[in-house]
Design a protein around this ligand. Structure first.
Ligand SMILES: Cc1cc2nc3c(=O)[nH]c(=O)nc-3n(C[C@H](O)[C@H](O)[C@H](O)COP(=O)(O)OP(=O)(O)OC[C@H]3O[C@@H](n4cnc5c(N)ncnc54)[C@H](O)[C@@H]3O)c2cc1C
Length: 415
């Protein structure tokens, strides 16, 4: 029925990319427009975890205090630029109101189905399409230096077990050294989530581009959307910096840029760029076997087949495009506290990306209030890779009128 329908996707990140894929599979003609190059923004230099275990959002009990500390110091993973406070205030207030156990549970329940379905869909698509993305299913280690923090994490693990049926295995002392010899001795311990996996994001995006082109998707780069034309609650065409493109449906998957399109969408979504950094380099001689989060400094480590990445930090500083050396040094010094060989040469890339952060940690997947055939898929915060396939499939189901495999009610724009 939908064979002749044309859909334009705006935004060439992991969300726009997988939406294009599932729509093309459903028989739609698909055009994807990207203001720069496909897959080169936030979906490029991130840590590559596909982690169903990450149901706890950034807005959690105790985070307000951490945010205040992050306003006063530049030596914390979470940083709020005090000079941008007026711009950030409405978002920060919404965020602060979510830093409680009830809201944390609500976010966990909202994201869990998309995280679960995405993990399954990744396995399926990598196998069926022979995508080579350094996919590894070894799990993810949460590593602690501090004895008290390590022991206290048991409560979070019990919470995940009870509500989401996802438990980790604790390792300490000799058992931890045997599991992961790249870690320094004397650390308190680590929790291993075997349900998590990881991949190399740059490879994911180039392989995704390959299968999109092979399935007939037209990708227009260096083409930015400026507005929609239409009337009576329906968009008829998207205006871009190049051609204007007519279609039956439109999907706005513009990540952290989405609030800038508020006039065209009829809603200003509370999405802030949450700036994170990464350094990609050669594999150290004693390279970690497992991807891991170094919990006290929140630095994340990802070993690839031919490389190694150290990434982290969450900086709220608006649409700031500077590559801050102090933040990059924070990654190096954080990793040095836990690993025998925290870094290696040569450095391949120093990078920053803007996570599309929502105050509640839940993405927006819904129609625009202005046009019934314009869909929004944005705000995947710290989990866009982990929720990429599930989101793409869900949007395709909503557009083609199939029964959604995940209930989309939690992702409403007017929640
Ligand atoms: C340091 C770091 C580590 C991370 N680690 C992980 C991880 O391990 N696991 C995980 O799941 N997530 C992780 N994330 C988060 C994840 O990277 C993001 O959630 C995800 O990439 C967002 O995807 P997206 O498609 O929404 O946005 P993007 O990838 O940013 O794509 C949006 C695209 O829209 C384009 N665009 C914007 N406006 C327009 C316009 N007007 N016209 C045309 N195009 C436009 C942009 O140029 C961009 O290419 C991490 C992020 C960072 C910064």
């Amino acid at each position: 029925m939908s064979g002749s329908k044309h859909t334009v996707i705006i935004g060439g990140g992991v969300i726009g990319g997988f939406t294009a894929w599932y729509l093309a599979q459903a028989g739609h003609k698909v055009t994807l427009i990207e203001q720069e190059s496909f897959g080169k923004q936030c979906s490029h230099g991130n840590c590559g975890y596909v982690s169903p275990s990450h149901v706890i959002p950034l807005a959690r009990p105790g985070q307000v205090l951490k945010g205040l500390k992050g306003m006063l110091s530049s030596e914390t993973a979470l940083r709020i630029n005090p000079s941008k406070l007026a711009f950030l205030a409405p978002w920060l207030l919404k965020f602060a109101l979510r830093c409680n156990s009830k809201a944390m549970m609500e976010a966990g329940k909202a994201c869990h189905p998309l995280l679960q379905s995405s993990a399954v869909l990744y396995r399926e698509i990598f196998e069926q399409q022979n995508m080579l993305v350094d996919w590894k299913t070894d799990g993810l280690l949460f590593v602690f230096r501090d004895q008290h923090e390590f022991a206290e994490y048991e409560q979070s693990d019990a919470w995940l077990r009870k509500h989401f049926d996802m438990g980790a295995e604790p390792f300490a002392g000799k058992a931890l050294q045997e599991l992961e010899p790249a870690l320094k001795p004397g650390l308190a311990g680590a929790w291993l989530y075997r349900c998590d996996a990881h991949l190399r994001p740059g490879k994911l995006m180039s392989e995704l581009r390959r299968i999109l082109l092979a399935s007939g998707v037209r990708i227009l780069e260096n083409t930015a959307m400026t507005s929609f034309s239409g009337g009576n609650g329906k968009a008829t065409a998207v205006m871009t910096t190049g051609e204007s493109i007519s279609a039956d449906n439109f999907v706005v998957a513009t990540g952290a840029w989405t609030p800038l399109l508020k006039k065209s969408l009829g809603v200003k979504l509370p999405i802030q760029p949450g700036k994170g950094y990464s350094i990609t380099m050669a594999r150290p001689k004693l390279c970690p076997k497992y991807p891991m989060i170094l919990e006290e400094c929140h630095v994340a480590i990802t070993p690839f087949e031919e490389g190694y990445r150290v990434g982290s930090t969450m900086e709220f500083s608006g649409y700031d495009t500077t590559l801050n050396r102090q933040r990059l040094n924070y990654l190096r010094s954080g990793a040095a506290e836990y690993l025998h060989e925290p870094t290696a040469e040569p450095v391949e890339e120093e990078w920053y990306g803007w996570r599309p952060m929502t105050p509640d940690g839940i993405p927006y997947i819904d129609r625009s209030p202005l046009y019934s055939n314009v869909w929004i898929a944005a705000g995947h915060s710290m989990l866009g890779i982990s929720m990429g396939t599930g989101t793409g499939k869900l949007v395709a189901e909503l557009i083609t009128g199939q029964k959604p495999h995940v209930d989309a009610a939690a992702y409403r724009v007017n929640r």
